[in-house]
Write a protein that binds this ligand. Structure first.
Ligand SMILES: C[S@@+](CC[C@H](N)C(=O)[O-])C[C@H]1O[C@@H](n2cnc3c(N)ncnc32)[C@H](O)[C@@H]1O
Length: 210
């Protein structure tokens, strides 16, 4: 028997390599949140790379909610959107604060995050062929003193829209940026040392979660 692909992984590389092997993806058709393409170090680079803020001219400028593809044409999509809620003005906050939001991008509110995720899922459902695979990297976040389990919203919404949640990988992080800098005194929730790679297939859900 070959090596066992495990649901817990310790790097983006290990996650994506496991997903490609298990789901027989030789190369992704699209990475629509490409950024610097850190995901693809030592892996095949997706055929089309796009981002709303492309960093060079090999990357297509496109919003994940409105992608330039015909209906039912792609076989695999990678989606790694921002996950943090930074408030309206995080970009103007003083140096040393809003570090995570500034580095990975952020939403003004959870409503804005949900709108981006849902509209993108609708678009992926339109452009993926039957049985096409969507990989959605997501991380839960704390905002306004409350845990926001974004992965719950993603799974629920994807099922409603006609995806089958086929698999889930947990990526464990060794280190994290301290979100509160040196002023972190009262911790109210477990600091998240994990994120998810959720694997959806475009087909009716095969398990009844109602
Ligand atoms: C967490 S980063 C992705 C990092 C990337 N996976 C890598 O390996 O470097 C999130 C990216 O999503 C992009 N983004 C945010 N909103 C978007 C949208 N509506 N459409 C497309 N890309 C978007 C940001 O510009 C940013 O580059």
């Amino acid at each position: 028997m070959g090596k066992i692909i495990k649901s817990v992984v310790y790097s983006n590389f290990e996650a994506i390599q496991s997903i490609m092997e298990l789901y027989k993806i030789e190369v992704f058709d699209l990475d629509c949140t490409y950024s610097k393409g850190a995901f693809w170090k030592n892996l095949p680079i997706p055929i089309v790379r796009s981002d709303i803020e492309p960093l060079d001219d090999t990357i297509l400028k496109a919003d994940s909610r409105n992608l330039p593809f015909e209906n039912d044409t792609l076989h695999s999509i990678m989606f790694d959107p921002p996950f943090n809620i930074g408030g309206k003005n995080y970009k103007n906050n003083k140096e040393g604060s809003s570090i995570i939001s500034k580095r990975f991008g952020a939403y003004a509110s959870f409503e804005e995050l949900k709108e981006h995720y849902k509209s993108s899922l609708i678009e992926f459902n339109r452009i993926l062929a039957k049985n096409g695979i969507l990989v959605f990297k997501c991380q839960d976040t704390v905002s306004g003193g409350k845990n926001h389990f974004s992965h719950l919203f993603v799974v629920q919404t994807a099922i409603e829209l006609g995806f089958y949640p086929r698999d889930l990988f947990v990526l464990v992080a060794n280190t994290r940026i301290n979100p509160y800098g040196s002023v972190w005194k009262n911790q109210e929730h477990a600091r998240k040392y994990h994120s998810y790679f959720l694997i959806f297939e475009k087909k009716p859900c095969r398990v009844d979660y109602n």
